[in-house]
Design a protein around this ligand. Structure first.
Ligand code: MG
Ligand code: ZN
Length: 219
């Protein structure tokens, strides 16, 4: 069997399991959000900052994906939200089966929103469905203005992009406006948010409302 055929079969099998995950999660009234982005883009920091507000308005659970360590799950649990950790032991993306295996560790009947933080990687997580309703790509200003042009698939196969670390943009000689412009060039329909510290306080304007609105529309 050719390599291409094996890959196609693996993707088809993954899609099948992802569809089953989605059905199961929907039957429990759960909206699932897959958060993607490069290592160091600020995915965990974003979650640490929005989870307290989100968890005040609905019941949230988090799945953390990393190659190694339970560091991120521990960081999330400090916000008071329950988190389970997947270690892929070198695997560069999460797949639907890994998510399915976590279901017994999560109180699905008492969850409204499941947030999955994918392994830090802007390439292959994009082609592995997990059963998510929403995809959010986190892209930091430190990655450079032309990142959306270099990684168009990640911009196209997402519902929203969060431009993070806006507070350090000037120090890394990046224009947040140009970066946002490039995202819009690749995908004019994508929803764009910004996140960073303003006056010493981390803000991700409108993101919690966006997730809650999607949860409401699930019913
Ligand atoms: Mg992380
Ligand atoms: Zn991968």
């Amino acid at each position: 069997m050719s390599q291409i055929k094996v890959n196609t079969d693996l993707k088809a099998l993954n899609n099948e399991i992802a569809a089953q995950n989605k059905e199961k999660l929907h039957s429990c009234g759960i909206l699932t959000v897959d958060v993607l982005g490069s290592p160091g883009s600020g995915k965990t920091t974003l979650l640490e900052n929005i989870l307290p507000e989100l968890a005040a308005k609905c019941r949230v659970a988090v799945i953390e994906g990393d190659l190694a360590t339970e560091n991120d799950a521990r960081r999330i649990e400090k916000t008071g939200v329950k988190a389970v950790q997947i270690n892929t032991n070198g695997g560069c993306h999460l797949d639907a089966k890994m998510i399915e295996r976590q279901f017994e560790k999560i109180d699905l009947e008492n969850t409204d929103v499941l947030v999955i933080e994918n392994v830090g990687n802007l390439v292959c997580p994009v082609s592995f469905a997990l059963g998510e309703d929403l995809r959010i790509v986190v892209l930091s200003t430190a990655e450079g203005e032309d990142k959306p042009l270099k990684y168009p698939t990640a911009m196209l196969k997402t519902d929203a992009v969060v431009v993070s670390k806006t507070d350090i943009a000037e120090y890394v000689c990046v224009s947040t406006d140009k970066l946002i412009g490039n995202i819009g060039t690749v995908n004019p329909d994508v929803k764009i948010f910004t996140a960073g510290k303003t006056d010493g306080e981390y803000r991700a304007e409108g993101l919690v409302e966006y997730i809650l609105e999607a949860r409401k529309n699930l019913k």
